[in-house]
Design a protein around this ligand. Structure first.
Ligand code: IFM
Length: 446
């Protein structure tokens, strides 16, 4: 039976562009404002212009968090609300919004976990090279320090960047996310500058002092070879290096892994590595699935992803449901990385939910996904992994990037016409766990 420590942190995560709605208040455009308005980029032609209209419905959403009973809420600030051009003078109106949010959380007894960057780079900085430019990391550090100066005394945690690896791969190599780049050198430089931004932000906030604890958020996926051959094994090691270890190792070990080093050739990283290798109070781990890979002569990078077999259970994203991979990932952090304090900062699932009926949405698959992953977290804790919290992704169905609103991850259903919120059964299930019910109980037939 899973047993969570009494001080275990239960939370929910969201991200600015996915929920806020643009609200015409003088915010500057971000790369996602630009990208989402380009024809053909988003599956259903939507954008974050309205999203969940969260900024106008903030009290309602904060009340949902209070009903859920969570002790913490992870949200991101939109850089362009505070600095429309990326730098310069802080915009008071932008700060007012986030003060209102932070104060609203504190008034409800919910600890604010602020993530500084969830992929919405100011377009003005993109126009100067974006993450391919080292200067962007310096701008990020200034932005981080400004948020720390103005809000730091009321924040529980400040997290630097959300999933720099996903942002780099999807946005700077595959071109399916903003800014839509497909250039290998841009990708390589972006990875490194995102790492540098993490280190510089941590150092600036550490120097400022203040009560908030500091960390960052990585998306980690165990990578497994599709076959038994050595070439598939090598392909898996390469993908593991590029996806997981290019972001883990500079931060936690002060170096890039040897595997995949050739891809970094031409980038001078030596002077930056000590700047990236900063102490953290918490490592945020976002976990959804694992990757299976095989060697491929046709692929320019020598490998290709293998989709889950027909026999595998998958979510609406096509992602394999493998809670044992979460356990393996946590075990690896313990064994190979010195057991850092970890919080699962995102975990959740998209399914094609039915329409609300009688004030609820029946979503048994999401309940099961939640329960099985919480069991894995409980097992990891029992094995001595230093896991201190769990944040469900996400509160309300929202703008799922290139998928638009076609994929629903929320514990709360969003009516796309009226924006009305209706809790799902998974909301009740998570609320029960937060109040002490063991995840196993959610798997029992009712
Ligand atoms: O919605 C995203 C989130 O923005 C980052 N992590 C993965 C989620 C699901 O795709």
């Amino acid at each position: 039976m899973s047993d969570f420590p009494s001080d275990f942190i239960w939370g929910v995560s969201t991200a600015a562009y996915q929920i806020e709605g643009a609200v015409d208040d003088g915010k500057g455009p971000s790369i996602w404002d630009t990208f989402a308005h380009e024809p053909g980029r988003i599956r259903d032609g939507t954008s974050g212009d309205v999203a969940c209209d969260h900024l106008r419905r903030m009290d309602e959403d904060l009340d949902l968090l209070a009903d859920l009973g969570v002790g913490a809420y992870r949200f991101s600030t939109a850089w362009t609300r505070l600095f429309p051009e990326g730098g310069g003078r802080l915009r008071r109106q932008g700060l007012d919004l986030y003060e209102r949010l932070v104060d609203g959380l504190l008034a409800r007894g919910i600890a604010p976990w602020l993530c500084l960057y969830h992929w919405d780079l100011p377009q003005a900085l993109q126009d100067r090279g974006g993450w391919a430019s080292r200067d962007t990391a310096l701008y990020f550090a200034d932005y981080a320090a400004a948020v720390g100066e103005h809000l730091g005394d009321r924040l529980d945690h400040v997290l630097m960047l959300n999933e720099p690896n996903v942002h780099a791969v999807l946005g700077h190599l595959l071109g399916v996310h903003a800014p839509g780049s497909t250039d290998l050198v841009t990708f390589r430089d972006a990875v490194h500058h995102l790492n540098l931004a993490t280190g510089l932000g941590l150092a600036r906030l550490r120097d400022l002092g203040g009560p908030a604890r500091l960390g960052t958020v990585l998306n980690l996926q165990p990578v497994v070879p599709a076959g038994d051959g050595e070439d598939d094994q090598r392909a898996a090691e390469l993908l593991d290096a590029v996806w997981n270890r290019w972001v883990l190792d500079p931060l936690l070990r002060g170096r890039y892994p040897e595997t995949g080093e050739a891809l970094l050739a031409g980038l001078d990283v030596d002077a930056d590595l000590p700047l990236i290798h900063q102490p953290i109070d918490v490592l945020g781990v976002n976990f959804y699935t694992r990757a299976q890979v095989r060697a491929s002569l046709e692929s320019p990078v020598g490998l290709e992803l293998v989709p889950p077999s027909d026999a595998s259970e998958t979510t609406a994203m096509g992602w394999e449901v493998v809670p044992e991979a979460l356990l393996a990932q946590l075990q690896e952090l313990k064994d190979d990385y010195g057991n850092p304090p970890v919080v699962i900062t995102e975990n959740g699932s998209a399914y094609p939910d039915p329409a609300p009926s009688g004030g609820r949405v029946e979503d048994p698959q999401r309940v099961r996904y939640l329960a099985r992953h919480l069991q894995a977290v409980g097992q990891a804790i029992a094995r001595g992994c230093d896991v201190r919290g769990y944040f469900a992704w996400t509160l309300v169905d929202n703008f799922e990037w290139a998928e638009g609103f076609t994929r629903r991850f929320g514990l709360v259903h969003l009516d796309l016409q009226t924006l009305r919120r209706t809790p799902k059964r998974s909301f009740d299930a998570y609320a029960a766990v937060v109040r002490g019910t063991a995840p196993e109980a959610l798997l029992e037939p009712t």
